[in-house]
Write a protein that binds this ligand. Structure first.
Ligand code: IVH
Length: 701
């Protein structure tokens, strides 16, 4: 988290803009695609930082502030339902102190004495998805997801398949209209069985029960929903003709009497101490509840108080979610494997006895580098100083995002007797070359370069990747297979594949005339490359897309660049000065380029590659490149690329990406459902590009 006090307005604005974009992306991944990319705790941290910044800099609140939005958009696949009353979200508490503050806030608002009785309902916060069930004259009339809080998706047919959602409400005093709100979820056992089946039949594997529930409810074919065991807990209500009670607890009792399920763990608590005790009680039961929860929810019990307290931006003042910390699991470190990357860096990976962390089975975790294993502290390294990691150790794993789990601590009491310190290899496990550690660097590197299969394959994979030569049909599997067979050992070999192995490829297993011809055509199409793509494709350390483009702009054509680099490698001072003089070039990059262009083998490979690939002059590209120096605004939903990717791409082409349209805007790229920005652009006469226009123009540089 940024140190807020030391921020200037400009920095705070930049951070708020970034947070708005980042949070929106995560919202979309979480709600839209049912596939979150960070952990809830990390997401909450982003939200907290945003809120803190907005409080410190209220004049800088962005128009697209995450605080003004609830959830994510609505998919086109279902009919839309406008919620008669918005489906709100909840504010969060993380510590006991936040709960006390919440209680104090409520009391202050209601002008209650510190010790006046104030009851709250407390219940688990189910990690599923919200659903509104509209009953008319006791019959289920409509079921809608939350969507963006105002408009949801009509999933009535699917909701009817959920066993504990009654078709009709029974019992006394069922109101004419009653909209029940609650959470749809999948139990741990059902989730595990569903994934096990999917694994057998090659179906979709879900990352966690929440995604499985969301994916199951949002099926176009309700037979599929019916085959998925979903459950529903009622926790509230929306539009109703009569409220059957004067307290939250009384209404939920009525809802339960009508045949819906209310969480049996719900309890009435008096004051913050009782609330915090409830939190601890539920946290202790978390592992045995049988379904995922991510905290508990407290609600002021008296409805007249709820009414008076009302709502602020997206959340009611009368309720709060008290979250649990990020999920951690204990398991055994079975092995430490060393992986070798494209630039030869050796990365240790923990092979863990499979364990479920927040619904995801984790069996690998990054160990970063050798110091991390040795227990030598470094930047943000969570293992305590001086405590090393050993094979056989009992360790705690945290899912820091759904992608890369972390080993965060070792249980020394459970350390196996006779266990040995892990010896980090000083040779490359792939090719046996020396693995050296340069002073000041955290990683060891294999010096084997292209004789190292791991590096060679990674280098080839990088060359064919989207932002480099972008050769369709040549993925990691194909590259690996061609390398193993000796067909493609260096980049130049890709371009002689047809001449040398054309006939063999056409009859190779898994290939045929058509796929071979397609591949040759894809390779053919990339015999001419812009300078920046060519240089980036070489996979030189520290030369990312932006740096490659920058070097292109500085030297213009490849021959001049290569000659200059060879001169730098040979110790030519003026050449070095010229390189260092380029804005954004530092001595680390200069040294790297010098060592790469000082190697005879690299130069030979480059010469061979250049026999097959024509490199366009960077100046020519820049002059023709219409985005250079221009201001671009993206709006609407992009179908083929993410906002973040489009932005990075535009910037790499020299454009400035802005958030709003003004007279200074040169281009507006309008995706689907573009709204006010598009209108403004039309009014101002700004050039409007479709996503396809953008992709085509961007790919041409
Ligand atoms: S009350 C006006 N109670 O959490 C209050 N929400 O972060 C609205 N949730 O959208 C929500 N369990 O999907 C409430 N016992 C519970 C809940 C709960 C899960 C979800 C719900 C809501 C989200 C808010």
């Amino acid at each position: 988290m940024t140190d807020i006090d030391s921020l200037t307005d400009a920095k705070a604005t930049a951070r708020l803009k970034w947070l708005a974009m980042e949070i929106a992306l995560h919202d979309a991944a979480y709600h839209g695609a049912d596939a979150p990319t960070i952990s809830d705790a990390e997401y909450d941290a982003l939200r907290r930082e945003n809120l803190a910044l907005e409080q410190a800099f209220p004049h800088l609140i962005q128009p697209n502030s995450p605080e003004a939005r609830v959830g994510a958009g609505v998919s086109d696949a279902f009919a839309k339902v406008a919620h008669r009353l918005p489906m709100l979200s909840l504010g969060n508490a993380f510590h006991a102190g936040d709960v006390t503050e919440f209680d104090e806030r409520v009391r202050r608002f209601l002008s209650l004495e510190r010790d006046a009785p104030l009851a709250y309902t407390a219940e688990p916060k189910i990690d599923g998805l919200a659903l509104a069930l509209r009953y008319e004259n006791g019959a289920l009339a409509e079921a809608a997801t939350r969507g963006d809080g105002r408009t949801g998706e009509n999933v009535t047919t699917n909701a009817r398949t959920i066993a504990n959602i009654p078709e009709t409400l029974t019992g006394k005093n069922v109101p004419e209209v009653f909209e029940v709100r609650g959470e749809v979820y999948m139990s741990h056992a059902d989730f595990a069985a569903l994934n096990a089946r999917a694994e057998e039949d090659g179906g979709k594997i879900f990352a966690n029960p929440r995604n499985a529930a969301a994916g199951s409810l949002r099926q176009l074919d309700s037979k599929i929903t019916a085959s998925r065991p979903l459950h529903f807990f009622a926790y509230g209500w929306g539009d109703v003709s009569t409220v059957p009670g004067e307290t939250q607890a009384a209404v939920l009792t009525a809802i339960s009497d009508w045949g819906l399920t209310v969480n049996p763990a719900m309890k009435l608590c008096n004051g913050p101490v009782a609330l915090v005790a409830y939190h601890a009680e539920i946290e202790a039961q978390r592992a045995t509840l049988g379904y995922d929860i991510d905290g508990v929810v407290y609600k002021v019990d008296r409805l007249d108080y709820q009414q008076r307290l009302g709502t602020v931006s997206r959340a009611p003042r009368w309720a709060i979610a008290h979250k649990f910390p990020a999920e951690v699991a204990t398991t055994v470190l079975d092995d430490i494997e060393i992986q070798v990357g494209r630039t030869g860096s050796l990365t240790p990976v923990a092979k863990l006895r499979p364990v479920t962390v927040g619904g995801v089975v984790v069996s690998n975790a990054t160990l970063h580098n050798e110091d991390y294993i040795a227990g030598i502290g470094g930047d943000g390294q969570p293992i305590r100083d001086g405590i090393d990691l050993r094979v056989g150790d009992t360790v705690q794993v945290r899912r820091a995002g759904d992608v890369i789990p972390q080993v965060i601590s070792v249980d020394l009491e459970k350390r196996v007797r006779d266990s040995e310190k892990f010896t980090f290899p000083d040779t490359c496990p792939q090719c046996g070359s020396a693995a050296e550690r340069v002073e000041g660097e955290a990683r060891r590197r294999c010096v084997g370069a292209m004789i190292c299969p791991a590096q060679a394959i990674e280098a080839l994979r990088h060359w064919v990747s989207r932002d480099a030569a972008d050769i369709e049909g040549l993925g990691i599997k194909q590259v690996e297979a061609f390398w193993q067979d000796g067909w493609v050992r260096e980049i130049a070999d890709i371009y002689t594949l047809e001449a040398n192995h054309g006939a063999a490829l056409r009859t190779r297993e898994g290939w045929g005339e058509k796929s071979a011809v397609n591949l040759f055509a894809a390779i053919e199409a990339r015999r001419t490359l812009p300078f920046a793509r060519f240089l980036y494709g070489l996979g030189i350390r520290h030369v990312g897309r932006t740096t490659a483009a920058m070097l292109g702009r500085a030297y213009g054509d490849w021959a001049s660049f290569e000659a200059a680099m060879i001169a730098v490698a040979g110790g030519d001072e003026p050449a070095r000065e010229m390189l260092l003089g380029i804005d954004g070039v530092g001595s680390v990059l200069v040294d790297t380029l010098a060592s790469v262009f000082g190697e005879a083998m690299t130069l030979d490979r480059l010469t061979r590659l250049r026999e097959h690939v024509t490199i366009e002059d960077a100046e020519a590209v820049a002059a023709g490149g219409i985005f250079s120096g221009k201001t671009v605004v993206f709006t609407g939903t992009l179908e083929h690329t993410s906002r973040a990717e489009a932005k990075a791409k535009a910037e790499s082409l020299g454009a400035k990406v802005a958030g709003s349209v003004s007279a200074k805007t040169d281009y507006v790229v309008a995706g689907t459902a573009a709204g006010s920005k598009l209108k403004k652009a039309e009014t101002l006469g700004v050039v409007i590009l479709s996503e396809d226009d953008w992709l085509r123009m961007a790919s041409e540089g």
